[in-house]
Design a protein. Structure first.
Length: 146
């Protein structure tokens, strides 16, 4: 088992060597593949994967945004993933923007909303930041009966 962790850690570090300056579509695919196995997620988190994916998502329309959003959502299922995300001051703003950006793609919106719910459930700061980013208002307006 330790060989698997060493290999996955090495691959994560190689993939994340593009971060935070210039994460590429290839790196997003690699990180997503690594995170498909639960035991590898902690290595990705420790190597800066959350920050790298948030940096990637903060750019203009990206080819692998859906994959990056889905990977962030998976990473945020763990407490260490949430803690890592909350250390990034732009995580909420980026996720909110991706809720709106992904509105034409329901699956992308679901991943962004799932990620927001994960971080907001454990942080009053995140809830306040999401509210100030107009997520709560937009969600309330959409859910009101007509």
């Amino acid at each position: 088992m330790s060989i698997v962790r060493t290999i996955s850690s090495t691959i994560a570090n190689i993939s994340l060597s593009f971060i935070p300056n210039n994460i590429t579509d290839v790196a997003v695919r690699a990180i997503s593949g690594i995170c498909a196995v639960e035991v590898n997620r902690e290595n990705v988190i420790k190597a800066g994967g959350v920050d790298g994916l948030i940096t990637y998502l903060s750019g203009s329309a990206r080819r692998n945004s859906l994959r990056a959003l889905a990977t962030v959502e998976v990473i945020l299922q763990s407490e260490i993933g949430k803690k890592s995300a909350l250390k990034n001051p732009s995580v909420i703003v980026v996720l909110v923007k991706n809720v709106c950006r992904a509105s034409s793609n329901q699956e992308g919106s679901e991943c962004a909303i799932g990620s927001l719910l994960a971080v907001c459930s454990s942080s009053s700061w995140a809830r306040a930041e999401a509210a100030s980013s107009a997520v709560v208002t937009a969600s309330a307006a959409d859910s009101e009966p007509v």
